[in-house]
Design a protein around this ligand. Sequence first.
Ligand code: F6P
Length: 360
Amino acid sequence: MKKIGIMTTGGDCSGLNTAINRIVRGANLRGWSVVGIIDGTDGLCTSPANVEKLTIKSVPIENARLGGSYLHNGNHCMMNFETAVKTGHLDQFNKMLKTSLAKLKLDALVLIGGNGSLSLAWANRDIYSGLQLVCIPKTIDMDLPLTDRTIGFDTAIDQLTKYCDQLLLTARSHHRWFIVQTMGRDCGMLALNAGIAVGADAILIPEIKFDLDELVAHIKSNERDYGIIMVSEGITIRGHSGRPADMISRKLTACGIPNRAAFPDYIQRAGDTTAHDRILATKMADCALNAIENNETYVMTILRDNVCHTVPLSEFVDAGERVRDPNVPGMCTSNAYVEPDNPLLAIADSMGIYIGQKRK
Ligand code: F6P
C-alpha cells in the first residue's frame, strides 16, 4: 500500500479539481491513501505540515467541475520559493520541504504545476529524492514544451469565447470595436486560439511583429464596423506604454475608429471546467497513477496525439526555451511559444485575420 501526496502550485486554472478528484479515485481503488498539501509549498513550511487526508467523500464528484483548487495554490503571506530566494533563505526553505515530505512518509508526490513550478522542482530535485515525483502540467498559458495541451487551457479559451460572444452584441449596437486583452504572459497561444474561436478580425501576439498602421488600415477596410481585436498581454509597442489593449485603443481612437478596451482578467482562470479539460485531467491523473505504480520518478505527464504518457523532467527542461523566471532571481524556466509553423497562423491569414508580419 502506498501513501501519495497531491500539491497544486502556481496560478490556478480550471481543471485542478477534476485532476485531484480523479487521482484520489484511482488511488483509492488501488488501496493507496492520499493526502492533499494545502497552499502549495507553503503547506510544507509549517510544523506539522498543513495537509488533509483526501477521500472520495472529501473530494465530491459534483465539485470536480469547479474552478480553483480544493488545496489552494499558495498563500502570499507565507514562505515560498520567491520569498525564500529574495530573503536569502532558500537553503532553509529547501530543507524544510524535504523534512516535511520525509515526516509525511510519502511514497510519491503528484505536483500539478506550470512551467515555473516544474522548472523549480527540477532545479531543486534533491528535495524530492526520498520519494517518487510525478508532475502534471496545468496552465491557461499553454507555454510548456513537449505537451500538446495543459489542463486549464481549453476552459480559458471557452471563457474568452463566451465573454467575446457577449461583447459582440453590444459592439454591433454601438458600431464599435472591442480590443480584448488576454492573459498568457509572453506566450500568444491563448490569444491565438481564443481569437480563432471568436472569429476576431485581428490577433496580436508577442511572437509576431505587427504594425499599428497596418492594423488600422485592416480595420478601416472591413465591411463590418464592429468586431473583436484580440491582443495578448505580452505584446509590446515601441514608444507606447501602459496596458496593451489601452495602447491599441488610443491608436484606434486617434484614427477615428470607435472602440473600447476590455479586460476579461481572472475569469480566464475560472469557470466550470469544459468536458475537454475534464477528459484531459482524467487522462493525466490516470497516467500519473500508472507512473507511480511503475516506480517512475522525476517525470512529467504529457499529451501527444491524444494519448498521455510520461517523459523525464530533464527532457522538459531541455526542450523549452530557457527564460529568466520573473519571480525567482537567478532561476530559469523552460518555456514554449507559438511556433512560426503553428497551423492556426496560416488559417488566420487565409481567413483575413490581421496577425502582423506576412508569412508565406
Ligand atoms: O500564468 C498564469 C497567469 O494567469 C498569466 O496568464 C497571468 O499573467 C498571471 O498568471 C497572473 O498572475 P497573478 O495571479 O500573479 O496576477
